[in-house]
Write a protein of this length. Structure first.
Length: 455
């Protein structure tokens, strides 16, 4: 009897399947472990109130506070030039730099003095002549009175028939002639005040001519109006110069100025700090305060804009520029440095000279209770913190001041002691479990910014 081949194979397969099912059904279950949430590393700084000195920095070029051009006010030949009147030379206030030949102007003074003496002599002559005329008038008036009495007597004798009519007519002619003399002298005396006034005016013209000549004589000497350094000397001895000729230029040595460009928002924030007063809180500007008031409260420091150079000069805010820069839209703040050449040491400390590129730092009085954070810690007006359960949370904050990489928060914007995340945990979703670690380098930068101002 024969069996199909499939019937012989099927029983072993079924037996194997049964054994596998039995072994799997009686195998103990595998060990299981509870899933644990992974912590994401995150660096933080502690929101700590600090005493903060707010400051901003900018760059500018040094320029003299005062400049002056040596312009000829009279014409003539240059007779003398001071040895220090050369480019780069220093001259004290009042030092005569250039002398123009003065002979012509000395002659003009002498001529005017002669004209004055001549006019004064004519005035004296006129006064004496008036006195003489007055005396002559008195005499002639007495003679007229006598002639009129004689005429009256002769006329009486004519009526009596004692004298002829011709005698009366002769006497009348004498009276008329005498009256003419009196009238002439009176006319002369009446004209005397006008003639005297004309002579006085002529004398005044001569005095004015003398004053003009004396001024021209003084203008032959050109002196330094203030302590200065010579910026240009463009004249030589024996050279003829005309009125208005520019012979050189001086830069004032008493003070230097730097026009430094600052962002308007930074100046506005610094002005708010300046008006709070040192040592207090911040956020309130004094009522009725002006920028001049804020500028007076600011301190300025000028340093060389060269890496590694530590030369510095104290300065003060002088004024604000007259316009906003059309390209950068920045405000020009002009600071003044007194005595820029003082303390210069060759090879160690240079003088603050024209054209030098410098860094200007403006600082407001320090304030207490400021919370500083790195600018990178703020995203869209919020900061990320590690809460009490070490989970990521977001807090909205308000910025009061920002400069460089440092931000100062408004009062009450963030709770003291909060752990502010300064790294970039990923994914940065709220509620993410963190492994927070302090960032000592970031804390050190904040400490430095608190004492030195924002970079």
């Amino acid at each position: 009897m024969s069996f199909p081949r499939g019937a012989l194979i099927a029983p072993p397969i079924l037996l194997g399947v049964a054994l596998l099912w039995f072994a799997d059904a009686n195998r103990p279950p595998p060990d299981t472990a509870a899933l644990e949430e992974r912590r994401t590393p995150a660096a933080f700084v502690v929101a700590t109130p600090r005493r903060f000195t707010p400051s901003v920095s900018g760059f500018g070029a040094v320029a003299p506070a005062r400049v002056w051009s040596a312009v000829a006010q009279v014409s003539g030949r240059v007779a003398e030039i001071h040895p220090d009147f050369v480019r780069g030379g220093f001259v004290p206030e009042g030092q005569v730099l250039i002398r123009i030949s003065a002979e012509d102007y000395e002659l003009a003074v002498a001529r005017a003095e002669a004209d004055i003496r001549s006019a004064e002599a004519r005035i004296e002559e006129m006064e004496i002549s008036a006195q003489t005329t007055q005396a002559s008038l008195a005499i002639e008036q007495e003679a007229l009175a006598l002639a009129e009495r004689d005429l009256a007597r002769v006329s009486d004798l004519e009526r009596r028939g004692a004298v002829s009519s011709a005698t009366v007519e002769d006497q009348e002619r004498d009276v008329l002639a005498q009256r003419a003399k009196v009238a002439s002298l009176q006319s002369t005396l009446q004209m005397a005040p006008a003639q005297l006034e004309a002579l006085e005016q002529a004398a005044e013209v001569s005095r004015a001519a003398k004053r003009t000549a004396e001024l021209d004589l003084e203008r032959t000497e050109i002196a330094a109006p203030f302590p200065a350094r010579v910026a240009a000397a463009d004249v030589e001895v024996s050279q003829f110069v005309g009125v208005g000729a520019v012979m050189g230029a001086l830069d004032g040595a008493e003070a230097a100025e730097i026009d430094v460009q600052m962002a308007p928002r930074l100046m506005a924030a610094l002005g708010r700090f300046a008006m709070t007063g040192g040592g207090g809180g911040f956020g309130g500007v004094g009522a009725g305060a002006t920028f001049a008031d804020a500028g007076a409260a600011l301190t300025a420091r000028v340093g060389l804009g060269v890496e590694g150079a530590d030369a510095a000069w104290p300065a003060q805010v002088a004024r604000i520029s007259d316009a906003v820069d059309p390209e950068t839209r920045s405000i020009g703040v002009i600071v003044r440095v007194a005595d820029p050449y003082a303390g210069a040491v060759p090879g160690e400390r240079p003088p603050l000279i024209k054209g030098m590129f410098v860094r200007v730092t403006l600082s407001a009085p320090p304030v207490d209770g400021a919370i500083l954070l790195p600018r990178s810690a703020i995203r869209d007006g919020r900061v990320r913190i590690a809460d009490a359960q070490d989970r990521l949370a977001y807090v909205e904050v308000e910025t009061f001041f920002s400069a460089g990489g440092i931000v100062v928060l408004a009062e009450g914007a963030l709770q003291e002691g909060a752990r502010v995340i300064v790294s970039d945990p990923s994914p940065a979703i709220e509620g993410l479990l963190l492994a927070p670690e302090p960032d000592p380098q970031a804390e050190a930068r904040l400490d430095a910014a608190a004492t030195e101002g924002a970079p």
